[in-house]
Design a binder for this molecule. Sequence first.
Ligand code: NAD
Length: 344
Amino acid sequence: MNNTVGIGIIGAGFMGMLHARALSQLADVRVLAASDPALKKAPQLPGHPDPIHLYSDHRELLENPNIQAVVIATPEDSHRQAVKDAAAAGKHILLEKPIATTLEDADAIIEAADKHKVKLMMAHLLRYDVRYAQIKAAVEEGVIGKPLVCYARRNAVVQEARRLGGRVEVEEYISVHDIDQIFWYFNDKAVKVSAEIAEGPVMKELGVHDFIWITIRFEHGGLAVVETGWGLSESIVKWQRPSSWGGFGDVCLELIGEKGSLYLDYRPMTLSAVDEEGWKFPDTLHWPEMHGEVVGDVLDEDRYFVGVVKGEREIISTARDGRNALEVVLAAQRSYREDKPIRL
Ligand SMILES: NC(=O)c1ccc[n+]([C@@H]2O[C@H](COP(=O)([O-])OP(=O)(O)OC[C@H]3O[C@@H](n4cnc5c(N)ncnc54)[C@H](O)[C@@H]3O)[C@@H](O)[C@H]2O)c1
């Protein structure tokens, strides 16, 4: 297929279809197929005359010789088998976060990609967000000196928790994003983790806690706090688009170093509106639509992945990065369950 990269989507739910759309907008990509046992009808991508091929089993998709790379966007606890099969079939992989929900699965994923020599890029979306990437660049350039403390908040609206129906805890689903950023900035080993949770309406409705605050101590003295939740009332942050649960919520980050500080504030996502229902803050950063196309971080991430597949780019969000973030998530869970700090 000359210089065109053939892509298959494993798990064509919310995130899988978002990647399918974004990738299909790239000139050097063909999104050829998807596999998803829940889909009855082959998905149709905007701007493309024919539906893509639909397989009910990802192993059939992996037999397609025109597919060089796959996006794995199945539920959090099912990544291991899909990665093992894709790697054995020689396909490069963009794997949605979190890498897995156990360290055993994460290790098996790393081993499978190494063994079959396929490229595995973690879809740690924020590394492909220009503002977070600028913070990284500033740290690398020494603008703030040695990072000392970092605080990251990401509080989502309750629709986000409802969409997932309690299948995953908020730290597995959301905190991993910020934990990964913090590792990226500190470039150090986490040695101690402690966490506290708060339970409210989300716990009553869905059986998962509403908020978590995680503290991470790094080997060379760095300290980070990650505050995450999905208990913001939907009336506070609402964006009325019938097919969308967008309008993320309350997101910020500060990184203070020995010589300076960096501040990121995503409230409101640079665009706001008010009507009879109250304030609305649409997503203008992660995957907004413009002129009928998906733009923002997800498009930049997918473009980067295609560069990786073609050998034009180095992977900057590795499976080991995914494992590091997961290790902190699991330690945080032990910490709140056992009510004590956990040494790594
Ligand atoms: N980067 C981000 O910002 C972001 C946002 C949302 C979700 N995610 C991640 O993306 C992944 C998918 O989440 P989602 O929200 O799209 O979930 P989803 O429930 O909308 O979609 C998952 C799909 O996978 C399908 N599936 C299950 N097992 C499968 C298998 N073996 N083969 C093929 N398909 C299978 C399901 O039928 C479902 O349609 C998760 O890891 C999630 O944490 C990332």
